[in-house]
Design a protein. Structure first.
Length: 291
């Protein structure tokens, strides 16, 4: 590993890391198939619908995000670089340890009220100790990103995820049910869905305070509400999420939109996550985790 503080591969178990690399390599290879239709071509296809007239969201969907930021690169000396790699010759990308995000640049970040900036910095500086994602816990919402597979019927949709720490699911009723009463806060919250025209709007509340909105110390309170919007266009889905936590944020945080594309590559069983960080931690410094 070339990155001096690359804790990703040692804080998360080796099995998950290996599965992550394999999945990322598979996704990268699939995305580079010569002659494969691009997003624009996929969006031009007719949008399928269910018998009730709603857009059909069923299927497995791929997108730039989740664990796909892990792109192993074999260096000239035969070593494998995972993050912070030098740019490939002729790629025109800005690589190197100082820019682990590559050509995409750093992700957007929530705007915190001034009195909470010190807490954000402290959590970020101590990410190895404070980020529950690095302790085999669920990433939370919206950090987990769009679903990798959707199962839909007239009453509900089910979101399935293949994430760094394993497989997760969310059940989203769409039949008019309200949020459940008296439930315990959880990592992925309590979701309900409604249709606004052809857009599925998912509202999620009842989160615990163990997760972050994104990387780098972006904490939230138990009053967090997340609104996700999914709209199928041809063989693509337009996805965007907004996090509302007015006690600590100066404004709702709107994540950058993502476009999902339909794929015939099915999900596979995720590797089990085991927290083995203590014996492998090199130091407690911050590390970049560009989800």
């Amino acid at each position: 590993m070339k990155h001096p503080s690359l804790m990703w591969s040692v804080v998360v178990l080796a099995a998950v890391f290996a599965a992550t690399v394999a999945t990322a390599a598979s996704s990268s290879a699939q995305a580079q198939v010569p002659g494969a239709p691009g997003i624009a071509e996929l969006a031009k296809k007719p949008t399928p619908r269910l018998a009730n007239g709603r857009p059909d969201l069923n299927g497995t969907w791929k997108f730039e995000g989740g664990i796909s930021f892990v792109r192993p690169q074999t260096l000239p000396d035969g070593s494998i670089c995972v993050l912070g790699c030098p740019p490939a010759p002729g790629s025109g990308q800005r690589g190197g340890a100082g820019n682990p995000f590559g050509a995409r640049g750093a992700p957007d970040f929530p705007k915190y009220k001034s009195e909470f900036l010190a807490k954000v910095k402290d959590l970020s500086d101590r990410q190895v100790q404070t980020d529950t994602l690095l302790q085999c816990q669920a990433p939370g919402v919206p950090r987990i990103g769009p679903p990798h597979k959707i199962v839909q019927n007239a009453r509900e949709v089910v979101f399935l995820y293949d994430d760094v720490n394993g497989g997760f699911f969310r059940i989203v009723p769409t039949d008019g049910r309200p949020h459940r009463k008296g439930i315990s806060p959880s990592y992925l919250g309590d979701a309900i869905g409604r249709w606004e025209g052809d857009t599925l709007v998912v509202e999620t509340v009842a989160f615990n305070e163990e997760t972050w909105l994104t990387d780098n110390g972006a904490f939230h309170t138990g009053d967090l509400k997340v609104i996700e919007r999914l709209r199928r266009v041809g063989d693509t889905i337009e996805y965007q999420a907004t996090a509302q936590d007015p006690a600590i944020l100066t404004e709702p945080w709107v994540m950058r939109p993502r476009t999902l594309s339909l794929t015939d590559q099915e999900l596979e069983e995720s590797a089990r996550c085991e927290d083995r960080d203590l014996e492998h931690i090199i130091d407690g410094s911050h590390h970049d985790n560009p989800r």
